[in-house]
Design a protein around this ligand. Structure first.
Ligand code: LLP
Length: 439
């Protein structure tokens, strides 16, 4: 509880103007901007995801302001949260898009992002996805291997278009962050072209009339609480940029990736001025336009997962709070051992050390373990914080439980941007009778 309070009292970050108080207690109950969470739960039901538009806008604007020293483009990484309603908010701010699949490309276009405001990355792009990106005319395809380059080239040739590409490079730097699963830029990771291989791959691309080597890209990891990997990574990337230029590459873009952190517990907000000090001079000295691909930083803190307590239960000395949301709604605690602050929307007083678990038939189905938090009873509403990124997008329908709705708050208004999935939605793709094919 104390960590949470520190979190909302904006310790360390308010001075930077990036910490909107999206969730505040008024008259004993929790509000998102100008809307009481109890009103949303009463109407939309639980579990439900809630997002503050203002919190997203402020983060986008703060990052944009921090990078004013250089020509730059902020490509929001759709993988963090790709809901149409949320994309519209970011698009209206002037944000651009970073996509990693044909599906995300479709979502970005549908939300009104211009093709040349979209970059397409990802370690395992299929040929049809590459074709779709070329047909759409995206700004850049971030190529991750020599084999992928070959497919991009063949498809560009077949379509009679020019493929603008960047090389996603593995800068092979040390990345120490919250969990090994979200570090990506160290030697041996599956992502990016190994640093030492880039000049040879570039040579191949530079020889092709169908491909234009327009940029260099890295993404060293997510939730980077230390900015050191950026410093190391951009230095390595800059070295490569010089090599590639000497090879004749008409570079225009320098992409430092995503990875700026969100506050889950008592972390400090990222020092955007320091981030800018690291990336801006490098892009400036190379005369390249800076690209960043933030996901989590923009949307994580805007979101809360609302869940209702179903039961209290003691078992073998553990005090369980059984809720109507669990790993199927928010996989992060179970998958990354991630911490999400939890508080009662209307605290009844007192605290308890509990395990907050969901209804899924898995012992790994929990939102928090051994957590000192508000004492709660069946029927109480809980807010699970910092759930705007990698929450809904990673939701499962395991145990045939429909996905929760998503609600967007803007000032004193709110709207359901994704309706609750129905049981019919869940079985819609299943054949009612079998249409066999003889082999
Ligand atoms: N660019 C690339 C190439 C990426 O792979 C990612 C995230 C981003 C940008 C955005 O990173 P961000 O700014 O959000 O850190 N599901 C995990 C996080 C996986 C991140 C994957 N890549 C989690 O819940 O922590």
């Amino acid at each position: 509880m104390h960590a949470l309070r520190a979190f909302f009292e904006g310790r360390g970050g308010v001075g930077q103007g990036v910490l909107a108080r999206a969730y505040e207690r008024r008259d004993g109950t929790l509000w998102c901007e100008g809307v009481p969470l109890e009103a949303i739960a009463a109407s939309a039901g639980t579990p439900a995801y809630v997002y503050s538009s203002q919190a997203m806008r402020e983060r986008y604007r703060a990052l944009d302001a921090a990078l004013t020293g250089v020509a730059h483009r902020i490509h929001y990484s759709l993988k963090a949260n790709s809901s149409h309603g949320l994309l519209k908010v970011l698009r209206a701010e002037g944000c651009r898009a970073d996509v990693v699949s044909g599906g995300e490309l479709m979502r970005a276009l549908r939300a009104g992002f211009a093709p040349d405001d979209i970059i397409f990355g990802g370690v395992g792009k299929r040929r049809d996805e590459i074709r779709a990106a070329l047909e759409a005319g995206v700004l850049l395809i971030n190529v991750e291997s020599a084999a992928e380059l070959e497919i991009v080239e063949t498809e560009a040739k077949a379509l009679g278009v020019h493929a603008r590409i960047a090389f996603r490079v593995n800068p092979e730097v040390q990345v120490a962050n919250a969990h090994e699963f979200i570090a990506t830029g160290s030697r041996g990771h599956k992502f990016g072209i190994p640093w030492g291989d880039v000049p040879a791959v570039a040579m191949r691309a530079l020889a092709s009339p169908h491909v234009e080597v327009a940029g260099l890209d890295m993404h060293v990891g997510s939730q980077l609480l230390s900015l050191a990997p950026y410093r190391d990574g951009v230095a390595r990337l800059a070295e490569l940029a010089r090599t590639l230029r000497a090879q004749g590459a008409p570079l225009r873009y320098f992409d430092a990736g995503g990875g700026l952190p969100a506050r889950y517990d008592a972390e400090e907000a990222p020092d955007l001025a320091l981030f800018a000090e690291i990336v801006v001079p490098v892009a400036t000295s190379l005369g390249l336009e800076l690209i960043v691909e933030p996901g989590r930083f923009v949307v994580a803190e805007s979101g809360a997962l609302l869940t209702r307590v179903l039961y209290r239960k003691m078992s073998g000395g553990t005090d369980f709070v059984v809720c109507d949301a669990g790993m199927s709604e928010l996989l992060r605690p179970s998958h990354y051992d991630a911490y999400h602050a939890i508080e009662a929307v209307r605290p009844r007083g007192g605290t308890k050390t509990v395990d907050v678990v969901g209804p899924i038939c898995e012992t790994g189905d929990f939102i928090a373990r051994d957590r000192l938090m508000d004492d709660v009873a069946a029927g109480d509403l809980l807010a699970v914080h910092t759930a705007g990124a990698y929450g809904y997008v990673m939701a499962l329908t395991y145990n045939t439980r429909p996905r929760a709705p998503e609600v967007l708050v803007d000032g004193s208004r709110w709207a359901v941007i994704t309706r609750r999935e129905t049981l019919d939605d869940l079985v819609r793709l299943e054949a009612a009778s079998l249409d066999w094919t003889e082999a």
